[in-house]
Design a binder for this molecule. Structure first.
Ligand code: HEM
Length: 405
């Protein structure tokens, strides 16, 4: 890469023709300048880390902080920068505070606990498919299926009434748009925190059998945590718990419909290991969290031949690290549901690695093993190049997915 490219490269970059592939410039950087400066929306120039091994090294390094209050932290947008001053959830604080909060939730998301939810998730998926088949077509699969599945599941787990889904889905959409102005972003967050705070207080006097009730009784009533802190935790779980999985359902469906051979194999298999592996490969191939893991250096250190200095911003770009041929031999730019892909970094890496990954895995396994079997003729109702891909959002996907059968 030339000096000029290095000076002018802005992040995020535009994707090329294939909607599933990361921007071509990221591939060039990975090959030629794996740790390089990029320019952000505010003119700052953090480091961009594009190779798999470097990404894992930096995300596991205790000299690197996820605390967005640190000077030099590379904010994704003006909206996020404003919001992060307002309320902190543990995704953006360091240990020991991060670990103390995360530990309050680890039992809820353990594989065994989440596996016990599988029959309930299967029922949710089957009921929504029944409704889909009984309704008109074409239909928007995002609204009719991809969003309701994880929303119903996370509501059940947290104890948030699903009747309020329009409120939290609308707010989530505002929160994860890169283009939301700071005042709107903060106002949306305030609205969700106020809603969840009221819920925590109600649950403190009338607890149910759910996660927020447990926190209300064990943490709020005892004074160990404030209403605000529990609301911030609930907000993280509610938003992270439905937006991501919903996008994987919709975008995964587009990717499979565009790869009919792979879709046929997935539809015809009874082997849960093949289904589980297909989920990992789709997570790797699509890497919907395409805005990079944002960090800041707490000390000077070397990475990929570059000297990172204390206070430098760092962006670990999982979307391209997951296409690194060193980690995923063969052609990492193709979808291959039999590829060994479980070591992907679509859930991040290190102490902040996704807490909800066992739940996301079960949801996606149930969806991918049910939807295409029950609707074997499922097809796009519009050509793929007419679909509205989420270039403007923190989490990639499609805004709408018109399908028929
Ligand atoms: C396919 C679905 C999902 C994807 C791709 C995904 C991706 C990620 C990624 C990349 C991170 C790391 C953030 C960082 O290092 O800065 C993360 C963290 C997190 N995710 Fe997920 N996620 C998904 C589903 C879920 C679900 C269902 C939940 C459940 C509530 C969840 C809750 C969280 C939480 C709480 C964190 C913060 C963990 C920490 O900071 O210790 N995610 N997720």
């Amino acid at each position: 890469m030339t000096e000029t490219f290095r000076e002018t490269a802005t992040y995020p970059m535009a994707r090329g023709r294939c909607p599933f592939d990361p921007p071509p410039e990221l591939g060039h950087l990975q090959e030629n300048e794996p740790v390089s400066r990029v320019k952000l929306w505010d003119g700052s120039t953090p480091w961009l880390v594009t190779r798999y091994a470097d990404l894992r090294a930096v995300l596991a390094d205790p000299r690197v902080s996820a605390d967005s209050r640190n000077a030099g932290y590379p904010h994704i947008s003006a909206g996020l920068a404003a919001r992060r001053q307002r309320a902190k959830s543990f995704i953006n604080v360091d240990d020991p505070e991060h670990g103390a909060q995360r530990r309050l939730l680890t039992a809820d998301f353990m594989v065994r606990k989440v596996e016990a939810l599988r029959p309930k998730i299967q029922r949710i998926v089957d009921d929504l498919i029944d409704e889909l088949l009984a309704g008109p077509k074409p239909v928007d699969l995002v609204q009719a299926f991809a969003l309701p599945v994880p929303s119903l599941v996370i509501c059940e787990l947290l104890g948030v009434p699903y009747a309020d889904h329009e409120l939290f889905q609308r707010i989530s959409k505002t929160l994860i748009s890169r283009e939301t102005p700071p005042d709107e972003s903060v106002a949306a967050l305030e609205e969700l925190l106020a809603y969840l705070g009221d819920l925590v207080e109600r649950k403190s006097s009338e607890p149910g059998d759910d996660l927020l009730s447990r926190l209300a009784v064990e943490q709020f009533r005892t004074g160990a945590m404030t209403r605000e802190q529990i609301a911030a935790m609930g907000q993280l779980l509610l938003v992270a718990g439905h937006e991501t999985t919903a996008n994987m359902i919709a975008l995964g469906t587009v990717a499979l419909l565009e790869n009919p051979g792979q879709l046929a194999e997935l539809r015809e298999t009874d082997d849960p290991r093949v289904i589980a592996n297909a989920v990992e490969e789709l997570l790797r191939y699509l890497t919907i969290t395409h805005s990079g893991r944002r960090r800041v250096a707490l000390a000077d250190f070397e990475l990929g031949g570059q000297l990172i200095r204390k206070g430098d911003g760092i962006i670990a770009a999982g979307e391209i690290a997951n296409r690194d041929a060193e980690a995923f031999p063969g052609d990492p730019n193709t979808l291959d549901i039999h590829r060994k892909a479980r070591h992907h970094v679509a859930f991040g890496y290190g102490v902040h690695q996704c807490l909800g990954q066992p739940l996301a895995r079960v949801e996606l396994q149930v969806v991918y093993s049910t939807l295409y079997r029950r609707i074997p003729t499922l097809a796009l109702a519009e050509p793929v190049d007419r679909l509205d891909f989420k270039h403007d959002m923190l989490v990639y996907g499609v805004h709408r997915l018109p399908v028929t059968w």
